[in-house]
Write a protein that binds this ligand. Structure first.
Ligand code: SAM
Length: 216
């Protein structure tokens, strides 16, 4: 089966899984996932699977990328922050559905590869940097939407602070080896509204200093 035929099959699977937002489906169709996975996994790029991208990290399963993007309710007016650039695939999908994407990754090598892909695909509405995304974006501008693609034990407070009122934050919460819940937190004038979107499995969010603390 060609990659194109596999992509059509994947889009049908996503519709069956409840992805109805046409902007999200169009973005998945337009972003070449095979460019975001190592060459040895090209033939599996349109399988509904998370795949290894090196340094013990993964590119998320397409269904999870689509579900999280749909849950974000992002539009062409929105500025979005992503924590956990990884391969850059989720950021590339977001770049097709919103005005501007800021994405932050702790591994310099993964970030370098993702930035090369953004340049090759001419995705000019993306800004990326290396750093600890649990602190949000260092200049702490406020965002309409925030998406976290690694699992934290608790919601990092700076992310809630950097979320604009009326905006939402999608993130997996829970430890490794335990059930993680995908949450949508909406910031309203009355406080934070919390919705549970289902059980997921993500690699951990590693905050600066936490590895040293746990080793020592
Ligand atoms: N969104 C990615 C994609 O489309 O390929 C998948 C992300 S992968 C599941 C999680 C990523 O979060 C990893 O690349 C990991 O290095 C990164 N990460 C973990 N803790 C982080 C932190 N504190 N700040 C920024 N990135 C972090």
């Amino acid at each position: 089966m060609t990659l194109e035929a596999r992509k059509i099959r994947l889009l049908m699977q996503l519709r069956r899984a409840g992805i109805t937002d046409t902007a999200v489906l169009a973005a998945i169709e337009r972003v070449p996932r095979e460019r975001f996975v190592p060459p040895s996994f090209h033939d599996q790029a349109y399988e509904n699977l998370a795949l290894p991208i090196g340094l013990g990290q993964t590119i998320s399963q397409p269904e999870v990328v689509a579900l999280m993007t749909q849950a974000l309710e992002a539009t062409k007016q929105h500025t979005v922050l992503e924590v956990g650039t990884g391969s850059g695939y989720q950021a590339a999908v977001l770049s097709r559905v919103c005005r501007r994407v800021y994405t932050i990754e702790r591994h310099a090598e993964l970030l370098k590869q993702a930035e090369a892909r953004f340049a090759e695909l001419r995705l000019h509405n993306l800004t990326s940097r290396r750093g600890d995304g649990s602190r949000g974006w260092p200049e702490s501008q406020s965002f309409d939407r925030i998406i976290v693609t690694c699992a934290a034990e608790l919601t990092p407070e700076p992310l809630l602070e950097q979320l604009r009122e009326g905006g939402c934050l999608i993130l997996p919460v829970g430890g490794q080896g335990r059930t993680q819940e995908l949450l949508r937190l909406r910031k309203t004038s009355a406080g934070i509204e919390r919705e549970e979107l289902g059980v997921v499995r993500f690699v951990p969010l590693v905050a600066d200093g936490s590895e040293r603390r746990s080793a020592g």
